[in-house]
Ligand binder design. Structure first.
Ligand SMILES: Cc1ncc(COP(=O)(O)O)c(C=O)c1O
Length: 441
């Protein structure tokens, strides 16, 4: 029977009287989908079911929040038990220490831990901490990177026509939103990524005023763009020379690329690391971690970071179950997601080659994105804006929905492999991709 989404359509219409664009974030609304988003109802393992009862193999995994897949039994049990004893006390709790201790073991340089709820809160606090600790006002943010919706970060995070970007020596700062504090971006220095001379130029101009460089270890919000060999290490070295802090935003890559995230994988050491998404296994748990000397600036009277919901008891229990599963058997879960990711990418590349489809797959292990382009690779935001056919990708991803594959319809986002994905899921996905390719103009 052909797939129908009448319930989703009806729910979308109903939602318009009470919600904006059918939900609580524009990325979940029609902008990323077609006329209306799918309303999801329940999920299990690698599968998610919409309100019409259609089943989808889920490669989105809540924008990366679910490294173990949906409703992992140990996470569910931990949440159920914790909920019965009280969801949150907003007090000191032992479970908070336990999760912090796990993070200290996993993450290089994580001498101290502070919990927050979302990636945005963690990056926002990390920038304040860097400014407070160094006494300097400015920070470098790279083109095409997203660190959450805090005003100071909201420049050049969305794809734009190449003509509006300006020269790469002096990128035009393009605000991503109306309503920003008028001066919010004054101290934000926007620099092209994967371009060492560009960072050097910024330091020559602003050197003594730069509190921090904030970077994703792998660009995860402009498809998937890995760092050029040695790039992160070179940025690290330069920041050290200028007594500037390096903030590694591992909201996406933490709990995904390796237990120690991009720090471990690329052998680079940051001063502050931010985590979110995959930490709470679907509950809002985020953190920023770093050297004791820097983190101690958060002590009372120093750099302010509050939050009633910080380290919610429920979130901490979910995070502990999640981390224990991820770390078990010498990190077997990481090995599994890498294997599934690589298998999927190899299969996709093979299909694109055999069918002469102008598409490439960029990935680092379990994080991957299909990019419709004639180019052999996409190395930064500018190339993404100039050479990636985002409309074609969207049509392709939406066609996959009909075959029960749920991949993000946004070319700027990415897919992730989870512990719940199997070899059969990869085989089914490859079959479906081959089927839809001929329909995508
Ligand atoms: C790299 C990165 N940093 C920060 C954030 C913000 O996280 P959150 O949506 O939890 O606020 C995101 C969200 O997509 C992200 O991808």
């Amino acid at each position: 029977m052909p797939r129908t989404t009448k319930q989703s359509e009806a729910l979308f219409r109903r939602s318009l009287d009470s919600l904006i664009e059918g939900g609580s974030s524009p990325s979940r609304g029609p902008a990323n989908y077609s006329d209306y988003p799918l309303f999801m109802d329940r999920a299990e393992g690698a599968y998610i079911f919409d309100a019409d009862g259609n089943r989808y193999l889920d490669w989105m995994m809540s924008y990366g929040a679910l490294p173990l897949g949906h409703a992992h039994v140990e996470v569910v049990e931990a949440i159920q038990k914790a909920a019965a004893e009280g969801t949150h006390f907003a007090s000191a709790t032992e479970i908070e220490i336990e999760v912090a201790e796990l993070l200290r073991k996993m993450i290089p340089g994580a001498e101290r831990v502070r919990f927050a709820n979302t990636g945005t809160e963690a990056t926002m606090a990390a920038i304040r901490l860097a400014r407070g600790f160094t006494g300097r006002p400015k920070f470098i943010k790279f083109e095409g990177q997203y660190h959450g919706w805090f005003d100071d970060f909201l420049a050049n995070s969305h794809p734009h026509p190449t003509v509006s970007l300006g020269h790469r020596h002096d990128p035009i700062k393009i605000p991503d939103s109306s309503g920003l504090n008028r001066r919010a971006l004054d101290d934000t220095i926007v620099v092209p990524w994967n371009d060492m001379p560009a960072v050097e130029r910024a330091f020559e101009t602003w050197g003594g005023q730069i509190a921090a460089v904030i970077t994703e270890g792998i660009i995860a919000n402009m498809g998937v763009i890995p760092p050029a060999p040695g790039y992160l290490k070179a940025v690290r070295q330069l920041t050290r020379q200028h007594a500037t802090l390096l903030i590694l935003d591992e909201t996406v890559t933490g709990c995904r690329i390796a237990p120690g995230g991009c720090q471990e994988y690329f052998e680079v050491h940051a001063d502050i690391v931010t985590l979110g998404k995959g930490l709470g296994a679907g509950l809002p748990v985020a953190a920023f971690v770093g050297q004791a000397e820097i983190m101690e600036a958060l002590a009372w009277g120093g750099v302010l970071h509050y939050g009633t919901q910080n380290a919610s008891r429920l979130g901490m229990h979910a995070a502990r179950a999640n981390l224990e599963c991820l770390l078990r058997d010498d990190g077997a879960a990481f090995k599994h997601t890498w294997r599934i990711g690589e298998e999927l990418c190899t299969g996709l590349r093979d299909i694109f080659q055999r069918t002469s489809t102008p598409a490439i797959v960029q990935n680092v292990g379990p994080m991957l994105q299909i990019l419709f382009t004639e180019k052999p690779s996409i190395g930064d935001y500018r190339e993404f804006c100039s050479f990636v056919d985002r409309d074609r990708y969207r049509r392709f991803a939406l066609s996959l929905f009909d075959l029960g594959i749920y991949m993000t319809p946004s070319a700027a986002l990415h897919s992730v492999a989870s512990l719940a994905h199997s070899d059969e899921d990869v085989a089914y996905t490859l079959e479906a991709v081959e089927k839809v390719l001929s329909d995508v103009e």
